[in-house]
Write a protein that binds this ligand. Structure first.
Ligand SMILES: Cc1ncc(COP(=O)(O)O)c(C=O)c1O
Length: 414
């Protein structure tokens, strides 16, 4: 761990206020040209005394705009202080969590996993078009059937054909025969370029796609591909609970990764993370953004610097060991639940070292599922219900659910 170190609350406060002091203060009479200001002080009480002890809330009130990309080129000088904290977040995640080489990754705090996945697909689509002269109908977007709906959404926006790959029902692993067929179909349709989005824990199952299976399939089909990891759910979890060199930047085939700080990291909504190897972001550079210093290489445009500060504060509050301990507790609670369900012969899927447990809906009465807030794979006629063991899902919270299942099972037998 070169950059990720636990800091005390006093150190965190000092760093954030120092960063805010390096940003422009909108109360300065010499900030005349920016179409923005501090939060409206008739509504948001800029002088509330507690703000001096609340670095995140103070950042919200000061309202920095992190428009653009800050890991390369120039950026709006007005917000240089908090941009530096965002750069630190990108470095910690790329190098200390996901084992990238020093200074090899660009990235930014996106609005969420949907934006970060779309940014990746947009970037590779443009790369294929700009470098290889590809037309839209020569590009294929491939992902597993368990992937998040942000993939078809991005395909719709970017006008790409989609190829969802079937997974095996019990293991949720990619169906290799189906994948081989998809590769053949892509070739038969005259497509030459493939954007692969591989899951680093799926939304419904917590399953992790084997990146090697994708690489083998498209290498042997002789197709040119780029591979993006969707770690919106698992990016802060799996690399800690089950680190694998195939599922981070040690894998040369992984060009970019999505993470979502507003899921496992419990950051405020609006905090996804997009990370990409250097040398790629220029494919989505919007040079027409001439009034923005450094122009814009992100999908979103204006975005709150408070989101970056929130992620920085959470990472530094825990440090790498504190974060490992948190992940380990969630993983152990999930194992506890799995053991209770085994005793009741409830069928479920749980990936190794995961904190999602997904039960066959046939084994769980709808009333219990509703009562305990389980989430179905689909609201009409569900096949699965999931429990996601987040911070608030303690064993004390899980136990009444287990008791209800036991009661239901014994009433079935009697
Ligand atoms: C695997 C995965 N990818 C992408 C997303 C989309 O993230 P967001 O809702 O932050 O846009 C989610 C959200 O649940 C997800 O689980």
């Amino acid at each position: 761990m070169n950059h990720w170190k636990r800091l005390t609350p006093a150190q965190i406060k000092a760093r954030v206020f120092d960063a805010l002091n390096q940003n422009v203060d909108f109360r300065d009479p010499k900030v005349l040209g920016v179409p923005a200001s501090h939060l409206d002080d008739k509504v948001f009480y800029a002088d509330a005394p507690f703000l001096k002890d609340a670095p995140y809330l103070a950042t919200l009130v000061q309202n920095p705009n992190h428009i653009g990309l800050h890991t390369t080129g120039s950026s709006e000088h007005f917000f240089a202080g908090t941009q530096a904290l965002e750069r630190e977040v990108i470095r910690v995640l790329a190098e200390d969590l996901l084992f990238a080489e020093a200074d090899s990754i660009d990235g930014y705090i996106a609005s969420g996993g949907t934006e970060a996945n779309t940014q990746a697909i947009w970037l590779y689509r443009n790369e294929f078009m700009q470098e290889h002269g590809a037309t839209l109908d020569e590009i294929a977007l491939v992902y597993s059937a368990d992937s998040h709906y942000s993939m078809p959404k991005a395909a719709n926006l970017l006008q790409l054909a989609t190829y969802p790959v079937a997974v095996e029902d019990a293991t949720r692993a990619l169906d290799t025969a189906a994948l081989a067929q998809v590769a053949e179909q892509i070739k038969a349709e005259g497509r030459k370029y493939v954007i692969i989005v591989s899951n680093l824990m799926t939304t419904m199952f917590g399953s992790v796609d084997d990146t090697e299976v994708y690489v083998q399939a498209f290498q042997s089909a002789g197709l040119t591909f780029r591979l993006h990891l969707d770690g919106a759910y698992g990016g802060f979890f799996y690399p800690v609970s089950n680190p694998q060199p195939t599922h981070d930047f040690r894998n040369e085939h992984v060009s970019s990764i999505t993470l979502d700080a507003h899921k496992m990291l419990q950051a405020p909504y609006g905090t996804g993370v997009f990370l990409a190897r250097k040398g790629l972001m220029h494919y989505v550079h919007t040079g027409e953004a001439q009034y923005v210093e450094g122009q814009d290489t992100t999908l979103v445009g204006s975005r709150s610097g408070a989101n970056a500060v929130a992620v920085w504060m959470i990472l530094m509050t825990y440090g790498p060991h504190g974060w490992f301990e948190k992940v380990d507790i969630l993983r152990r609670r999930t194992e506890w639940l799995a053991k209770q369900l085994d005793e009741q012969n409830i069928r479920y899927y749980k990936a190794e070292a995961s904190n999602i447990l997904t039960m066959r809906a046939e084994d769980i009465p709808d009333a219990i599922a509703r009562d305990f807030g389980l989430v179905p794979d689909q609201h009409d006629n569900p096949s699965w219900y999931k429990v996601v063991v987040m911070d608030h899902v303690t064993i004390d919270a899980l136990e009444p659910f287990v008791f209800s299942i036991k009661d239901y099972r014994s009433s079935e037998v009697s």
